[in-house]
Ligand binder design. Structure first.
Ligand code: CUA
Length: 179
């Protein structure tokens, strides 16, 4: 029998399952069960889960909070777009908005301190992807993520938008400095 011809027995599904098929069904079943248990196990014991909370908000409310935060904590501006670099108070709260097509503002953190970073989008869905540590969060308008993070290593971290958000998507880059 060939794979490109119809089976000679039309009612092939009524034929008994061969031993070798049972063998593979058993392997597939056991593997599926292992993966199922791992989902629960890894959620509890894995170290990759973000400690985040999500609240409802509106773009206007979130923009107001971000503007206030920027006004109170800006230390300088960068790039030809004059993006403010904002020092988040040690152990405090920082605000970061996603919009067409930037991450605003640039945050500055201190290694070893724990921060709560609030994230929301002003217009469409964007993808917060922090590199090279590879933390990924979907950012949606109307929802405020509060992500608890403790940077461990000083350096410049890039925020890449990883949800297609229109013609300028590929230019939507941001930055977090860790001192
Ligand atoms: Cu924002 Cu892609």
């Amino acid at each position: 029998m060939s794979a490109i011809l119809p089976p000679s027995e039309r009612l092939w599904w009524k034929q008994p399952i061969a031993k070798i098929e049972w063998f593979w069904i058993a392997i597939a079943f056991v593997w599926a069960m292992i993966m199922f248990v791992m989902m629960v196990y890894w959620h509890i014991n894995g170290k990759q889960n973000l400690s985040n909370e999500v609240y409802k908000t509106t773009p206007e409310m979130f923009a107001a909070k971000t503007e206030k935060f920027i006004k109170e904590n800006t230390i300088r501006t960068e790039t030809d777009q004059q993006i403010p670099v904002v020092k988040v108070p040690a152990g405090g709260e920082g605000y970061l908005m996603a919009r067409l097509w930037n991450w605003y503002p640039i945050l500055e953190l201190e290694a070893g301190k724990t921060y709560k970073i609030h994230l929301s989008a002003m217009d469409y869905q964007h993808g917060f992807s922090l590199q090279p540590v590879n933390i990924n969060i979907q950012v949606l308008p109307g929802y405020e993520h509060v992500v608890k993070m403790t940077p461990t290593k000083a350096g410049t971290y890039a925020i890449v938008c990883n949800e297609y958000c229109g013609i300028g998507h590929h230019t939507m880059l941001g930055r977090i400095y860790v001192k």
